[in-house]
Design a protein around this ligand. Structure first.
Ligand SMILES: Cc1ncc(COP(=O)(O)O)c(C=O)c1O
Length: 405
């Protein structure tokens, strides 16, 4: 396509966009458990309206032109710090997403430690975006096998640390299995060795506080230096909104860029972004205020209801088993060679579900959100049919490489 010489009329463009979208997988029906989060039309409208009110304001100008954005960001940060039991004097920054929050955390840990050629020690269930951040930053990644419970093995992590270690990482929860690492023990290790402990709560930040029976994971644990928490995941806000929270506001200087080495004077930012969408900040603020604790509690209940329905369906099918866990992320697999899980996944896809496949162990991965409570029975029925069909035919289509997303 070439840029048209003359602009085109909006109705035709809108139609073309709607037409393009019509070929996408329909998340509105809830038939996928990856990529999206949805509660209802009311929250959708609030997110969109708030975004639209600030659709072109630029957070880069928050200091001079748009003090509103500095205020809104400050309020988002303080609501999250309060939710995550941060002590007095803690601080934070809104970012574009979990990857940027994690990148900034690793940057800050590296800058604080001053170690040249440093390394970061993490359970091998940590999100691969840590490897990307370490690649950008020239840090070595030390992935340590998790224990049989698929949680970080603290003794093995301690053994993997050396004088070049700039940070250790725990996830609450990790993306592959939805397990929460032993953050309290990692906090003790970090304190003993004087290390930066980053807790990746990109998935968990806005749902953990409303789930029963989770191990401690937030700033209430001594030794936790920083937390990444995505408002655009279970925070239910439009995309482009995450947080990097730090135990002490003073730590933010370690991910602050500042220079005067050009003709335009001081350029300084705490984020990897320059221009930043004001809409993402305003929408996150509005969604958080609109939902409040009660709204998030309701979202968490819906997610866990969906999980219970799907786990019950999985466990009722001989041969299938759900991996242990109690979070929005659910993985199940087949323990029976006569029931290939890849064939079950194919059967679900034939029934209109977009399936997220797990590589190790081979299985099916679901990251549930509130909308799934409404379609969990439908999923259960499709699963029963797909499993019966897979047992009859026993063949899966030829293997192609599994994509995480
Ligand atoms: C645990 C965890 N950390 C980090 C990320 C990266 O977040 P983002 O995709 O917003 O960059 C994800 C994304 O799924 C995640 O699940």
């Amino acid at each position: 396509m070439k840029l048209p010489e003359k602009g085109e009329a909006w109705p035709a463009l809108e139609e073309a966009l709607r037409d393009a979208k019509a070929r996408d997988h329909s998340w509105r029906k809830g038939r996928m458990a990856v990529f999206f989060y949805y509660l209802d039309e009311e929250l959708e409208r609030i997110g969109q309206d708030a975004y639209r009110l600030f659709w072109t304001e630029n957070h880069l100008g928050a200091g001079r032109a748009f003090p509103s954005l500095a205020k809104l960001e400050g309020e988002v940060v303080s609501m999250a710090l309060d939710l995550m039991h941060a002590p007095e004097g803690a601080g934070g920054t809104m970012t574009s997403g979990g990857s940027e929050s994690i990148f900034l955390a690793m940057l800050a840990a590296r800058e604080k430690s001053g170690a040249v050629g440093g390394n970061v020690v993490m359970p091998d269930t940590a999100h691969l975006t840590f490897d990307r951040a370490c690649w950008y930053l020239g840090l070595e990644v030390r992935r340590v096998p998790v224990g049989a419970d698929r949680r970080g093995d603290v003794a093995a992590m301690a053994a993997a640390c050396n004088e070049k270690t700039v940070a250790i990482v725990g996830s609450a929860p990790g993306y592959p299995f939805g397990t929460v690492d032993p953050i309290r023990e990692l906090g003790a290790l970090a304190t003993e060795r004087g290390l930066w402990l980053h807790v990746d709560a990109c998935v968990g930040g806005f749902i953990n506080p409303f789930l029963e029976g989770l191990p401690d994971w937030d700033f209430a644990v001594p030794g936790v230096s920083s937390i990444s928490a995505d408002i655009h995941k279970h925070g239910m806000a439009p995309k482009g909104a995450s947080l990097l929270l730090v135990r002490d506001e003073a730590l933010r200087r370690f991910h602050r860029f500042e220079s005067r080495a050009w003709a335009r004077g001081l350029y300084a930012a705490h984020t990897a972004q320059g221009t930043r969408p004001g809409g993402a900040v305003a929408a996150a603020w509005a969604v958080m205020r609109f939902l409040g604790r009660a709204g998030y509690r309701d979202c968490a209940e819906r997610v866990m209801r969906a999980r219970a329905t799907i786990v019950a369906a999985v466990e009722s099918i001989p041969g299938l088993e759900a991996l242990p866990g109690n979070h929005a992320i659910l993985v199940y697999r087949s323990a029976d060679p006569a029931l290939p899980i890849a064939a079950v996944a194919d059967g679900l896809e034939r029934r209109g579900w977009l399936v997220s496949r797990q590589v190790e162990p081979e299985g099916i991965h679901l990251h549930l959100n509130p909308l799934h409570a409404e379609v969990a029975e439908e999923y259960a029925a499709a699963l029963r049919e797909a499993a019966a069909e897979a047992r009859r035919t026993g063949v899966a289509r030829p293997k192609e490489e599994v994509r995480a997303y």
